[in-house]
Design a protein. Structure first.
Length: 68
């Protein structure tokens, strides 16, 4: 299923939807892209990417697939 950012309309990969679900709302049906989420959370895209990398590396969250 293809998802788009609810703010800017950018196409999202599964890691972006997984991160939104992990940080914002597990049952979300609308999502923010990494850039819009970074603005919303007042952080950087790089820090969000580091968090995604952490979840991939540790395997502690089943939301994160390796297709992005």
């Amino acid at each position: 299923m293809n998802h788009l950012c609810k703010n800017c309309g950018a196409a999202l990969c599964s890691d972006e939807t997984a991160l939104y679900r992990k940080l914002i709302f597990r049952a979300a049906t609308e999502y923010l892209c990494m850039d819009c989420l970074a603005v919303e959370l007042r952080t950087s895209r790089e820090k969000l990417q580091m968090l995604i990398d952490y979840y991939h590396r540790t395997g502690i969250c089943s939301l994160f697939a390796k297709d992005c």
